[in-house]
Write a protein that binds this ligand. Sequence first.
Ligand code: HEM
Length: 122
Amino acid sequence: MSIRFFRIAAVYFVIAIILGIIMGIAHDFTLTSVHAHLNLLGWVSMALFGMIYHFYPEAGNSKLASTHFWLHNIGVPVMQGGIALSILIGGVIFTVFAIIASLLVVLGGILFMVNVFKHVKA
Ligand code: HEM
């Protein structure tokens, strides 16, 4: 699970910094929260998940880790897409998508915590 997290983290990093550069050049900071979340949930969090799953293979190879992986990787793009579209276009449907997807990310986070307590040991 760690390699997948590392690869996807690297993709989010590039997308997030390109968005940051575009925001800076355009002097338009409407999507700052999307940029920040792509960096922090996409790049930083996934790189950390990858590292923890790499150093603790019992955690990384568990069913909890693969469920966490899918919840996070369905949740983050739908959440960020929903937030971006609700900022740019508006409409309750995008907000609903963002809320539901955020809940998937939270659920994945809870599974990650359970996995850490179960399998990450000295
Ligand atoms: C080439 C790389 C990057 C560029 C060009 C860039 C650009 C920007 C810009 C233009 C803003 C808006 C500033 C404002 O609203 O005044 C911003 C905000 C932010 N960026 Fe980046 N950024 C980069 C990398 C990163 C990275 C690597 C992270 C985190 C790991 C990050 C996290 C944030 C956060 C949290 C904010 C919101 C700050 C706030 O609202 O106070 N950025 N960035």
